[in-house]
Design a protein around this ligand. Structure first.
Ligand SMILES: *[C@@H]1O[C@H](CO)[C@@H](O)[C@H](O)[C@H]1NC(C)=O
Ligand SMILES: *[C@@H]1O[C@H](CO)[C@@H](O)[C@H](O)[C@H]1NC(C)=O
Ligand SMILES: *[C@@H]1O[C@H](CO)[C@@H](O)[C@H](O)[C@H]1NC(C)=O
Ligand SMILES: *[C@@H]1O[C@H](CO)[C@@H](O)[C@H](O)[C@H]1NC(C)=O
Ligand SMILES: *[C@@H]1O[C@H](CO)[C@@H](O)[C@H](O)[C@H]1NC(C)=O
Ligand SMILES: *[C@@H]1O[C@H](CO)[C@@H](O)[C@H](O)[C@H]1NC(C)=O
Ligand SMILES: *[C@@H]1O[C@H](CO)[C@@H](O)[C@H](O)[C@H]1NC(C)=O
Ligand SMILES: *[C@@H]1O[C@H](CO)[C@@H](O)[C@H](O)[C@H]1NC(C)=O
Ligand SMILES: *[C@@H]1O[C@H](CO)[C@@H](O)[C@H](O)[C@H]1NC(C)=O
Ligand SMILES: *[C@@H]1O[C@H](CO)[C@@H](O)[C@H](O)[C@H]1NC(C)=O
Length: 564
């Protein structure tokens, strides 16, 4: 059932054409062109219908297919009343921040009636990524998969699956998501949590009125499927499992891994995980399930979305085997063990280019805070910070200001370490929770190797935070509980085959160390991928300087780049 859609690209090429292209000189790139219309659509889930922004009326939106080496051009036309931008999450966009998408970081928004063509090359990466709106909370309904196939003639470094399918995990609110975010901001409090989780846009039968909103994946006995799993949820890290079946993880965030067998996986918003699943059980109907992972000391949202793995020939009247028992919602130990087992492939063809020497050492303390708010009912609002700075969005895009030499938009003085040292993960700190506000960037020399330790703190409450860096992949060289110890912890780093990703979880009351080489000039956003925290200011940006070489500077902006 799924195969025609999921093998669209290969089918576009006749055998003769493949033969003709394979004798051409290398790097004959194809251009993949798409038109995205942002429109309001009426979508019905559970017992409710609502009008919401989508791409071309589909939820999730259309998949982008490309091969490594292709050029992709997506013209986005805004036909709604909201400002819109689209981020191509995980695409490195070398020298080409203009196509990255975060509003007021790399571009001004596409205003109602406007069109902007995102034009980029897919270079040196292949696998599952995704696209999503990158302004306010619009990504709740405006998102979809990106499938980058290996270059023509290049096999996967694992047995070729019989078919491939995208599995997009999401979150559904009955209310207008922009209204939910606005209400939270006006009250200075946590916004309402979602009403359901979804698998390919559908919550599954465990919610009211939702039988007909159940995604089913048809499989044939004996065949192997590549599931490209994406966590597109707004505020929830998720577990994912398939009853009765074992998954083999082969890729995370579009980087190959050593095969890892798992009955349950965990992924944060922003992360992707490719798994192989063999349909080798008694033909029947099996639940796939997704539920939140949350070990913060706040009431946990534990709603479970389900879908069906449906063997061909088994009638839909057969009751599915019960969902597999998943780890507790607060399953810290499971999550730590799962991520500690992930290893990048590090083969001759796909080596791990981990920086061994470090030019710039950064320690960013993550805080949840309470700032004064004159207009809020309680006179205060929840905020969040990195190194005690709550990031304030500018009114013109940072990359435009940097490229055009526009002064006064930002200061390039983001501190390399917290202004005050304290026992980051000691007793909860509930006094002196205010932050300083600012649009402050960290300046990084071209090609510097950077080590960033993200340290969670007990300001207000410890909590797990998935951090996403734009413009780069990074290596996750270490993680631990408690305070990072610069004298002892680096000795335990994995500098051989650490996971390579674009989004990483920082454990509640712990730390994560990442390394990357700053060889992509531009302005690159770093932020928590829990949208609620991003809205509270848990974000900053790196300003990576141009190098001296001919291909080491930011490209000129495209002519149709939106204006503020
Ligand atoms: C979206 O809709 C427009 C207008 O109908 C159409 O031209 C375009 O091909 C559609 N795009 C996708 C990805 O389906
Ligand atoms: C959505 O539904 C509302 C009310 O039922 C209707 O007025 C509107 O025209 C519909 N919009 C679309 C795009 O179908
Ligand atoms: C994409 O690659 C082509 C061919 O190398 C090059 O001419 C073009 O400038 C690249 N575009 C971007 C946005 O990097
Ligand atoms: C948030 O939840 C409260 C309590 O259920 C409800 O009264 C309010 O209308 C909700 N807000 C939005 C924007 O839906
Ligand atoms: C989810 O949480 C609620 C309230 O905390 C609890 O009553 C319920 O049993 C939990 N459900 C599951 C499946 O853990
Ligand atoms: C985790 O959740 C379970 C079930 O809700 C509870 O019994 C247990 O105390 C929690 N563990 C921690 C460390 O909070
Ligand atoms: C930090 O606080 C924790 C928990 O109270 C304690 O175990 C640890 O010894 C403290 N560390 C330092 C360096 O004071
Ligand atoms: C953060 O900054 C605020 C405002 O300057 C200050 O009151 C507070 O003590 C600082 N907190 C920490 C942990 O540095
Ligand atoms: C960047 O750094 C790497 C590692 O030190 C080095 O091999 C490479 O030549 C450098 N590139 C430039 C342009 O300086
Ligand atoms: C849309 O973006 C423009 C340019 O930044 C801004 O002036 C306008 O206020 C924005 N509109 C909304 C509704 O946010």
């Amino acid at each position: 059932m799924a195969s025609s859609r999921h093998h669209r690209l290969p089918l576009l090429l006749s055998a003769a054409l493949v033969l003709a292209l394979s004798v051409l000189p290398a790097a004959q790139a194809d251009v993949q062109r798409y038109q995205f219309d942002i429109v309001m659509s009426n979508v019905s889930r559970l017992c409710h219908a609502k009008s919401m922004a989508t791409v071309n009326g589909s939820y999730p939106g259309p998949t982008i297919y490309a091969r490594e080496g292709d050029r992709v051009v997506v013209a986005v036309t805004n036909r709604v009343a909201h400002n819109v931008t689209i981020h191509w999450h995980g695409l490195k966009q070398r020298r080409n921040g203009w196509a990255d998408g975060p509003a007021y970081v790399t571009q001004c928004p596409i205003q109602p009636g406007g069109t902007y063509a995102y034009d980029f090359n897919v270079t040196g990466q292949r696998g599952t990524l995704w696209w999503h709106a990158h302004i306010a909370w619009l990504r709740a309904t405006v998102h979809g998969a990106i499938v980058v196939l290996p270059a023509r003639g290049v096999p996967y470094p694992f047995p070729k699956p019989d078919a491939e399918v995208e599995i997009i995990l999401g979150e559904w609110w009955h209310a207008d998501v922009e209204a939910v975010e606005k209400q939270g901001r006006a009250l200075g409090m946590a916004p309402n949590t979602s009403d359901a989780h979804t698998i390919n846009g559908k919550p599954g039968p465990l919610f009211p009125c939702s039988d007909k909103h159940t995604y089913a994946l048809q499989v044939q006995w004996g065949k192997t499927y590549l599931l490209r799993i994406i966590n597109a949820a707004v505020n929830d890290e998720l577990f994912f499992t398939i009853a009765g079946h074992t998954m083999t993880v082969v890729e995370i965030d579009a980087t190959y891994t050593k095969p890892l067998s798992a009955s349950t996986i965990q992924l944060s918003p922003g992360q992707t995980t490719n798994v192989l699943v063999r349909a080798d059980q008694r033909p029947g109907r099996y639940f796939m399930a997704a539920k939140p992972f949350n070990d913060a000391a706040v009431p946990a949202d534990n709603k479970t979305a389900t879908a069906i793995l449906q063997y061909a020939g088994v009638p839909a009247s057969v009751l599915p085997a019960p969902p597999r028992l998943m780890p507790e919602t607060n399953g810290t130990g499971f999550v730590a063990a799962f991520h500690d087992r992930l290893r990048s492939l590090n083969s001759a063809r796909y080596p791990s280019a981990v920086p061994l020497a470090v030019d710039r050492r950064l320690l960013y303390a993550i805080g949840l805070n309470i700032d004064p708010c004159a207009s809020c009912p309680k006179g205060s609002r929840l905020a969040a910070s990195l190194n005690n700075i709550t990031f304030v969005m500018p009114r013109v895009a940072l990359l435009q200001a940097h490229y055009g030499g526009l002064k006064g938009v930002f200061a390039a003085d983001f501190p390399d370490r917290p202004p005050a040292r304290f026992n980051y993960t000691g007793a909860p700190l509930t006094a002196g929770l205010g932050t300083s506000l600012g649009t402050r960037l960290s300046r990084v020399a071209y090609n510097a190797s950077v080590e960033l330790v993200l340290q969670d703190t007990n300001l207000l409450s410890v909590e797990s935070h998935p951090f996403h860096l734009h413009g780069y992949n990074f290596f996750v060289v270490g993680r631990g509980v408690g305070n990072f110890d610069p004298a002892k912890d680096p000795a335990k780093y994995n500098l051989v085959d650490p996971p390579e990703r674009n989004t990483v979880g920082v454990p509640a009351g712990g730390w994560t160390a990442i390394r990357f080489r700053a060889d992509n000039p531009g302005v690159w956003f770093l932020h928590c991928h829990l949208e609620v925290h991003t809205s509270w200011g848990l974000k900053m940006a790196f300003l990576v300087e141009d190098g001296d070489g001919p291909d080491e500077s930011v490209l000129p902006p495209p002519k149709d780049l939106p204006k503020c």
